[in-house]
Every structure is written in C-alpha cells, then in structure tokens.
Ligand binder design. Structure first.
Ligand code: SF4
Ligand code: SF4
Length: 411
C-alpha cells in the first residue's frame, strides 16, 4: 500500500518567526575523512558527546517545533539515535526529520529507518545519502573507500521504502576540485540509476579539512547549475508521479522554483557575501546544537554559548541576551551583515518570507523552463558512463543497481 506524504512543515508557511528547526549535531565521531568537511576542526577537539539525558532535557524544554535536522559527525556513529528521534517526536511533535548519512553503515541505517517509521508514523523522514562522484572520485573525496557502500545504502532504501511517501530519498553531492570535471556526467548517471526524489549539488563551504578543495567561482557554479537545470524538471515529474493533475502541477512549480531560487542565491554568494533580498532567520527560527553542547544561530557562525550554562533550557537559550546580540549582529534585509551559500538556511528563510518566496519561485521557475532541453539518458549511455569512469559493474550488479553482468563463455 502506498503511504502518502503529508503534514510537512513546509506546507504551513508562516511569516511569524518562532523556533522551527533544531539542527542537532548528534556526535563528534565520523567514520569518513572527507576533504571538504567543514566540521573536521570541531570533531578534532574530541569532546564528549551530549548524553541521552542531556538531550532529553533539551527536548523537554524546547516546546513544539517542526523540523529536526540531524547532523554530526556521522549520525549512524551514535548508537541511541533512534531513541533520540523518537523522543523529539513524542515531546516536540516534529513533522519532518532530515537524516543525512554517508551510507557506510547501510544495514544499520535501514534498521533505524524502519524503526523510526514504525514509531514516528506521522513524521516525514528525508534521508540524504552523500555520493560525491564515480567510484574512486567519491572515495578520494571521502578519504575512505565507501562508494559501493553508499550505492548499496541507496538500493536498500529504495527496496524498503519505494512505496512509502513519507520517506523522501535524496542524494547530496559537494563539488570540489576532485569531482568538478565529472559533475555533469555524474548528474546524468545519478538520475538514470537511482530512484531518488532529488539530487542536490553544492559548493564546498566553511573551513574545509583540506586546503584548496574549493575551486568554484560564481561563474563556474552558475554554468553547472544551468546545465543541470533540466534534471530538476525531471525530478519534479518523478515527485509528482501518482498525484492528481492540479497537485502535480503545483508541486512541480514549487519544487522547480524553490530549487532554482536556492541555487541562484547560493551562486551569488560564492565569490562574496551578497544580500539574499530577504532576511536570514538564523537564531530566530533555527538553533544549532553542537555535539558537545555549544550552540549557535547557524552552522557557519561561531558558537555563542553552551547549553550547560542555560541548564539545558532551549526556551532560555532562544530568549538569551547572547542570541539577541547574535540576531542583531546578523542583521536584517539589505542592511544585514552576514550572507552565505548555506542551502538549509536559505530554504528555511524563504519559508519565513512568504511574499518574497512567491516572487522568487515564479521568476526561478520561468528561468528553469527556458533552460530546459531534452535529456536523453538510456541504458547504453549509462553503461558508457560506467565504462568511462571504470566502475565495477560486477559489484553494481550484485548490489542490484544494474542487471546481472553477462560474462563471456558463461552457459
Ligand atoms: S563531511 Fe560528514 S561524513 Fe564527511 S567527515 Fe565530515 S562529518 Fe564525516
Ligand atoms: S547568512 Fe548564512 S552565515 Fe549568516 S546567519 Fe544566515 S545562515 Fe548563518
């Protein structure tokens, strides 16, 4: 039976600013060593993770909010993650969970997703697997051989949640010097081989583990974004499959418009900070909790206190002088002092600026339509890409991503 997606916080657009999203860095541990990791320095501190009891106090004081973004470190490195999610579901009535993973512990991940779906039935779960390029490119960027594990994670997610509209399947790719040359081929291959709702691409951000991995400029990023624009129409069609005519059209319009709007804002902030033409609502609608209890208004600004100082009281943190000063420092509108390329905050801020959102979506949808041209991806093109980038087709066949490979001489 198909389970329909419903109750997303995004549907309840609201200009009234209140805590909407908590970004919880659940652990400072990770089983990868990504060249572009912006959290590597923080994880290097090797401070202890907040305990379950400490997180429980935070959850109990936070009141209702809609979205829980899990982060880290790698979320699967924390054993009590499903209990943490269930606690927020029960205490805070969250409607959306965003669960990123590098896919290395794929069996564990599937078990957790099943459990979360069973115990948090009204919650939409957006699972985002990091896949940065073909085979060895992905492995080099991630600092550990993990391409086929991530591919297996995607296959298992599709096998287990294909008909579950509450599990939204995504692939996230960060563009660096390692994958920039193959990103267009990779975009085509990802669309052709994986049944995901979207594939986000973004430039490396923040202070990266390895120097010199950020190679994009506004101009080169815009070129890539324009080239991949047709895929967003295709993903929109995929998301709209099974919907009635009008719902399908509205979904397509919003999805395509929002993706392009976010990409435009990102690109204009790559070379230099540029106003988003709307407020960034960091610190008003979002709270970032680091794995060790430091807190921030957003992932890219420095910590402004610790939860321990506020006795783990989220309401007290949101109303604190430290947060008020931080919001003032960020500023508002054209007079703001702080702009960046961070998609999560761009999206979050768009929903709290509804007037701006509608005009942005309309303009961005029309832009994408103009960029659209037919995309011909068939089995022979996918096979050519697998050969060109020397993928192990036997392994892909074993995972079930491609049909069994015919071996010459086999009966
Ligand atoms: S980017 Fe994510 S997966 Fe990679 S090292 Fe950093 S925390 Fe780990
Ligand atoms: S613009 Fe970016 S860096 Fe500045 S407060 Fe908003 S999310 Fe944070």
């Amino acid at each position: 039976m198909k389970i329909k997606r419903s109750g997303s916080s995004f549907n309840s657009l609201n200009s009234k600013r209140k805590l909407e999203s908590v970004f919880l860095f659940t652990t400072g541990k990770c089983n990868a060593k990504c060249a572009m990791c912006f959290y590597a320095n923080d994880m290097e501190q090797k401070a202890p993770d907040l305990t379950f009891e400490e997180i429980k106090k935070l959850s109990e004081s936070a009141g209702r909010f809609n979205r829980l973004w899990l982060s880290g470190g790698e979320p699967t490195m924390r054993e009590d993650m499903p209990e943490i999610v269930e606690m927020f579901y029960k205490n805070n009535h969250i409607k959306d969970i965003n669960f990123p993973s590098n896919g290395i512990k794929n069996d564990l991940l599937i078990g957790w997703l099943k459990r979360i779906r069973r115990n948090c039935p009204d919650c939409n779960v957006s699972i985002s697997i990091s896949l940065d390029g073909f085979g060895s490119t992905h492995d080099t960027q991630r600092g550990i051989p993990s391409f086929y594990q991530a591919v297996r994670a995607l296959k298992l997610i599709d096998d287990n949640f294909r008909d579950d509209g509450k599990v939204i399947k995504n692939i996230a790719t960060v563009i660096t010097k390692y994958n920039v040359e193959e990103i267009l081929d990779f975009t085509a291959w990802v669309y052709g081989r994986f049944n995901v709702s979207t594939h986000t691409i973004e430039a490396a951000r923040g202070v990266t583990r390895e120097d010199g991995v950020k190679v994009l400029t506004e101009e080169s990023l815009r070129k890539i974004q324009d080239a991949v624009a047709p895929y967003y129409m295709l993903y929109a069609n995929r998301i709209g499959e099974g919907m009635s005519g009008l719902s399908r059209l509205i979904t397509k319009y919003f999805y395509v418009g929002l993706m392009r709007a976010m990409y435009n804002i990102r690109a204009s902030n790559l070379d230099k900070p540029t106003p988003w033409n709307m407020d960034c609502t960091a610190g008003e609608t979002t709270l970032v909790l680091d794995y060790d209890g430091r807190f921030r208004a957003c992932e890219l600004r420095p910590p402004i206190g610790t939860v321990q100082e506020y006795n783990y009281d989220v309401q007290a943190i949101m109303q604190s002088e430290a947060m008020k000063k931080e919001i003032e420092a960020i500023g508002h509108g054209y007079k703001a002092n702080c702009w960046c390329t961070h998609g999560c905050w761009i999206m979050s801020s768009i929903t709290f600026n509804p007037g701006k959102m509608l005009s942005l979506i309309h303009k961005s949808y029309r832009e994408t339509k103009k960029l659209c041209k037919p995309v011909g991806i068939d089995e022979s093109i996918l096979r050519e890409l697998e050969e060109k980038y020397k993928l192990d087709t036997q392994k892909l066949a074993e995972i079930g991503i491609i049909p069994q490979v015919f071996k010459a001489g086999a009966a």
